[in-house]
Design a binder for this molecule. Structure first.
Ligand code: AMP
Ligand code: MG
Length: 498
């Protein structure tokens, strides 16, 4: 009979192109084995996209791999180094303090994907941390990242979650867990800042070329590849943040080390989806100044991109002045890229396939009336999806506003605008329900799933996960995953969980 190690070795075909870069890019590090790993969840659908067939492995064998107890023979694990502006202050060296890159898998579409363990023990970059994670943040990241994917928002994915059978010490003693995430590359603005801060231009150039080859190969074919790279990242980030705003998502810690140059949502910490709409909403317990509030996210993304652009200056041109000029222009394109992306998101949410001048103010007016009463963001757009092209007294959208006159005035303008569309009511409603989810991973549901899981019962986690990966399904107003929290159920604070 084949040993578990050998079955695991056969199943995983890791490649290690990042590990072939010079040693200054990482520290080779093995995961620290844990006492008794138990598989919580394995993402079969994602595994299949990755061409990863683990059908020969038992759950126990999977748990061993995704806890870091057995390292597949093709893996060359390492912790990546990076720097980062944390709440505006540059920290010259951060790095993966609790994460390890196992290697890369080339997926069915030919994309090279990173597979990383999170919570697998200390690394040379752990500083004061223990390199571990507790169960809460692992379940939160699993649910939220898979929800984001289902909402068509670029994100790192959740491949597996494992209990370690060990305790971690935070505010109290908590159950330990390891999360396995997959991304198109864990390259952060901070990765570039690390080499830039040291004035290490050769490695900066190497990093840029490596990342471009993986993420933006077309930018290598033009006359100024580093500038094209910057522009591509600006565009990807602008589109990402517009999509966040479209579902009421607040990342919570948009430090430059938590911003991926792939334009994917990364590093789910104290993130949350809003219930009631409030443009200044902040959930994170550590964001006391509201630096990363909902509506500040575009401006912060732009600031982070300026930091990214400044790292590329020596690659853009040897003439500093001209490099500055070119980079500045690329950064300034954020505003245009963002507003274009946001307009597209808003139009889809309002049910407009065509583009008209009044769309922008219609969207803004709707958000303004939502903000006044802090109406549930998700409900407002889902009810609007079902509203008629003609006035109907019992349209559910009217029921969620106290100020009926306010919403009626707006709805009248919206209906006027709909007259310019070619499609009929039914098709418009179907299209809108593909842009406006009936279910998002609400904070109180996540918290409930974590609390129940702490008793060893994953049923709430499993049903929440099942709901959020089908966000556009029809749901009745009483459905627990449609419902907004009652005042006493609301969860207004989220924590880093580190
Ligand atoms: P974050 O902003 O939460 O993504 O993390 C900021 C930095 O702290 C990164 O370098 C992490 O690797 C590190 N870090 C966070 N939690 C831990 C932990 N429990 N042990 C070691 N390092 C950690
Ligand atoms: Mg981070």
């Amino acid at each position: 009979m084949q040993s578990t190690e050998s079955l695991i070795g056969d199943a995983f075909k890791f490649e290690n192109t990042f590990a072939r870069l010079p040693p200054s890019f990482y520290s080779k590090q093995k995961p620290h084995a844990v006492r008794s790993p138990v598989l919580i969840k394995f993402n079969d659908a994602l595994a299949s996209e990755l061409g990863l067939d683990l059908s020969n492995l038992s759950d126990a064998a999977k748990a061993s791999v995704f806890a870091g107890n057995i390292v597949p023979s093709s893996s060359d694990p390492l912790a990546m180094v990076y720097a980062g502006h944390q709440f505006g202050n540059l920290v010259p060296r951060l790095g993966d303090g609790r994460a390890l890159l196992l290697g890369e898998l080339v997926d069915r579409q030919g994309r090279r994907m990173d597979v990383q363990l999170k919570g697998s023990g200390p690394t040379p970059y752990s500083r004061m941390g223990d390199g571990r994670s507790w169960l809460g943040p692992v379940l939160r990241e699993y649910v939220v990242s898979e929800a984001m994917h289902a909402l068509h928002i670029p994100t790192t994915r959740g491949l597996a979650a494992v209990e370690t059978g060990e305790s971690v010490h935070r505010e109290g003693v908590l159950p330990g867990a390891v999360f396995t995430r997959v991304s198109s590359g864990h390259f952060r603005v901070g990765t570039f800042q690390y080499f830039s801060y040291r004035g290490d231009i050769p490695n900066l150039r190497l990093l840029a070329r490596y990342v471009q080859r993986r993420l933006y190969p077309d930018t290598l074919k033009v006359s100024n590849p580093p500038l094209a790279f910057l522009k591509a990242v600006v565009k990807a980030q602008a589109q990402l943040v517009a999509k966040w705003l479209g579902v009421g998502f607040i990342h919570g810690v948009m430090n430059t080390d938590n911003m991926s140059v792939a334009g994917e949502t990364i590093d789910y910490g104290p993130c949350a989806f809003m219930d009631g709409f409030d443009t200044n909403k902040v959930f994170s317990s550590i964001d006391q100044q509201g630096r990363y509030a909902y509506s500040r996210q575009p401006a912060i993304a732009c600031w982070n991109l300026a930091m990214f652009g400044s790292t590329l200056l020596p690659l853009i041109s040897t003439n500093q002045k001209s490099a500055m000029k070119l980079a500045k222009k690329a950064i300034e394109s954020f505003e245009h890229e963002f507003s274009r992306a946001w307009d597209a998101v808003a139009r889809a949410k309002l049910g407009f396939a065509k583009q008209r001048e009044e769309d922008e103010s219609l969207a803004l007016d709707f958000l303004t009336i939502l903000n006044e009463e802090q109406v549930d963001f998700t409900h407002a757009f889902r009810h609007l999806s079902n509203a008629g092209n003609q006035f109907r007294k019992n349209d559910s959208i009217r029921g969620i506003f106290k100020d009926k006159a306010g919403i009626d005035t707006w709805l009248a303008k919206w209906r006027e605008r709909l007259k310019h569309e070619d499609v009929g009511e039914a098709s418009r409603q179907i299209a809108m329900k593909e842009a406006n989810p009936s279910c998002i991973p609400r904070n109180h549901q996540i918290e409930k799933a974590i609390n129940v899981a702490m008793t060893g019962d994953y049923s709430a986690f499993n049903s929440l996960l099942e709901a959020v990966v089908a966000p556009f399904d029809e749901r009745s107003p009483e459905n627990q995953f449609f419902r907004a929290p009652k005042p006493e159920e609301r969860v207004e604070r989220t924590y880093c969980g580190t």
